[in-house]
Design a binder for this molecule. Structure first.
Ligand code: FE2
Ligand code: FE2
Length: 183
């Protein structure tokens, strides 16, 4: 089944939004570096790679189905936040927006009985559950920490140990490849 123009347009928009997400997280990484929380900066850098991989999954799906990928300008990200809690609250809300956008792509695929797109999107439904859990969990821990600097530095060290994202998946539906050097 050929991909419809409506679905290809929606997925192209989502490629752009995933790259925009990467840009936001890189902006957040820079804020953490500036504020001497390099572990959180590292966590955000891994997130940048994950978002790029998401963009590439959508990219591959269009290519696999002989559609046309069209790049557009990426919007400028926010650059100012008041605290680590503010950042992770923003990240959580951003992931909720992403989930809603991907569900809307699923609505188009449903309407068109596009099983191929739905199969590709299934990976993203699970991924968004994970993305919302990760960001809300860290937000909640930051709420518990309050202004306890020692606890903040402990969390920073923990987030600094986040494993790198794997390489770009070779197809739109393959499981995440293991990061380089992983057993
Ligand atoms: Fe994403
Ligand atoms: Fe995400």
């Amino acid at each position: 089944m050929e991909i419809s123009q409506e679905l290809a347009d929606a997925i192209n928009d989502q490629i752009n939004f995933e790259l925009y997400s990467a840009y936001i997280y890189l902006s957040m990484a820079a804020w953490f570096e500036e504020h001497k929380l390099p572990g959180m900066g590292h966590w955000m850098e891994v997130q940048v790679d994950e978002e790029f991989n998401h963009a590439m999954r959508f990219y591959r799906h269009i290519v696999e189905r002989n559609g046309r990928v069209l790049m557009k300008a990426i919007a400028g990200p926010e650059t100012e936040w008041t605290s680590p809690l503010d950042i992770f609250e923003t990240a959580y809300k951003h992931e909720q927006v992403v989930t809603e956008r991907i569900y809307k792509i699923g609505d188009i695929a449903d309407k068109q009985r596009d099983r191929s797109a739905q199969n590709m999107l299934n990976w993203f439904y699970n991924e968004q559950t994970e993305e919302e859990k990760n960001t809300s969990e860290i937000r909640d821990q930051l709420k518990m920490i309050g202004d306890n600097i020692q606890a903040l530095l402990m969390l920073d060290a923990k987030l600094g140990a986040r494993a790198p994202a794997g390489p770009v998946p070779l197809t739109s539906i393959m499981p995440n490849p293991a990061p380089a050097g992983a057993p």
